[in-house]
Design a protein around this ligand. Structure first.
Ligand code: FES
Length: 81
């Protein structure tokens, strides 16, 4: 992978507990197309999207997942058609 590809590729890391970690150049938009500016996190270039549904700052993680019961194990297989 070239440096240019590394700078333009997006990686979304799915974790069993906690937010989805989005790395790379992405633009988040509301349903009406309005851009959402992500909060500045501890790790520059990483956006944390809530996966638990309990965040008060959706779509971003606010660490509320730490107070939630652990989720059921997720499958990494794509859904069947
Ligand atoms: S994943 Fe952190 S608040 Fe939902």
């Amino acid at each position: 992978m070239s440096n240019e590809e590394e700078n333009t590729s997006v990686t979304i890391t799915i974790r069993p507990v906690g937010p989805f970690l989005v790395r790379g150049p992405v633009t988040l938009v509301q349903p009406d197309g309005t851009e959402i500016v992500p909060p500045v996190g501890k790790t520059p270039g990483v956006i944390k999207l809530c996966s638990c549904g309990f965040s008060e700052t959706k779509p971003f993680c606010d660490s509320s997942h730490k107070r939630c019961p652990p989720p059921a194990p997720a499958s990494t297989s794509p859904p069947a058609d």
